[in-house]
Design a protein around this ligand. Structure first.
Ligand SMILES: Nc1ncnc2c1ncn2[C@@H]1O[C@H](COP(=O)(O)OP(=O)(O)OP(=O)(O)O)[C@@H](O)[C@H]1O
Length: 257
């Protein structure tokens, strides 16, 4: 019995984090699908057998836990550090929403508190051994993105955009910020780029025509993927079942990261 217990002892000493790759997911403006992309990237990494975590950096508008069906209060502690909950696929998640009393509670904090929360999520959460930690940033280039880019040991930044928002200017702004802070840009994902008619298969462009290829050519950034509008993304996310969604397009994207 003693031996059995010894064999299931965690390999990571108490409180130690070993995170191999930290990727920040960034967007120029809100609502382009950044959190959905972050979650589906994590699911794709996990399906490939990697150990993954998501740090929800969107402190004032956290949406990651809900997509995975996690509720406030679903975390633990070893007395020193916060132990993040794990999803069915073993994705470790930390978000302010898990620490609040209810999902509806609003976080009304200014810059320094927001930055402090990010540092705590990095230092005071027991991530253990991870191959990839994905940091879902709030949109834009405010306090939280700055803190993350300045203080976390990032492998690089993935930019998410959509045709309405995708101006060369937006990508160039993000490039400039990353370049100033010496953080590599790993590539661009253009989300909600087109809609495939379920009846005839014709491609429709409800917003503008996709511009990802052109922008990437102009800026020298790698185009990681051009994603369609998939009604199931919203449906599965709203029901907390994003892990159940088949999304082969994300398996291709993670191969490039
Ligand atoms: N490719 C897609 N097809 C259909 N719906 C999508 C797609 N991508 C995202 N959505 C939906 O669009 C809405 C906004 O997505 P999401 O919350 O991921 O965006 P965001 O950029 O993280 O927003 P925020 O700026 O508020 O953090 C959600 O309802 C989501 O389910």
């Amino acid at each position: 019995m003693g031996e059995d217990l010894a064999s299931i002892k965690p390999k990571i000493p108490k409180g130690e984090n070993k995170v191999k790759n930290v990727l920040a997911i960034m967007s120029g403006k809100g609502g382009v699908g950044k959190s959905s992309v972050t979650s589906l990237l994590a699911v794709a990494f996990a399906r490939k057998g990697f150990k993954v975590g998501i740090l929800d950096g969107d402190i004032t508008g956290p949406s990651i836990p809900k997509m995975f069906g996690l509720k406030p209060g679903q975390f633990d502690s070893d007395g020193e550090k916060i132990i993040p909950p794990e999803t069915e696929l073993g994705i470790k998640i930390m978000s302010i929403n898990l620490l609040l009393k209810s999902e509806e509670e609003a976080v009304i904090w200014r810059g320094p508190l927001l930055s402090g929360a990010i540092k705590q999520f990095w230092e005071d959460v027991l991530w253990g051994e991870l191959d990839y930690l994905l940091v879902d940033l709030p949109p834009g280039t405010g306090d939280v993105p700055l803190t993350v880019l300045q203080t976390l040991p990032l492998k690089g930044v993935v930019i998410v955009s959509s045709p309405q928002d995708l101006a060369v200017m937006v990508v160039k702004k993000a490039m400039k910020l990353a370049k100033n802070l010496d953080v590599p840009i790993l590539g661009l994902i253009e989300n909600m780029a087109y809609l495939k008619c379920p009846h005839c298969g014709e491609l429709l462009y409800p917003f503008k025509k996709p511009q990802g290829e052109e922008v990437c050519r102009e800026t020298g950034i790698r185009l990681l993927g051009t994603l369609p509008i998939v009604p199931e993304y919203a449906e599965y996310a709203d029901r907390g079942l994003i892990e159940k969604l088949e999304s082969p397009e994300f398996l291709e994207i993670v191969n490039k990261l």
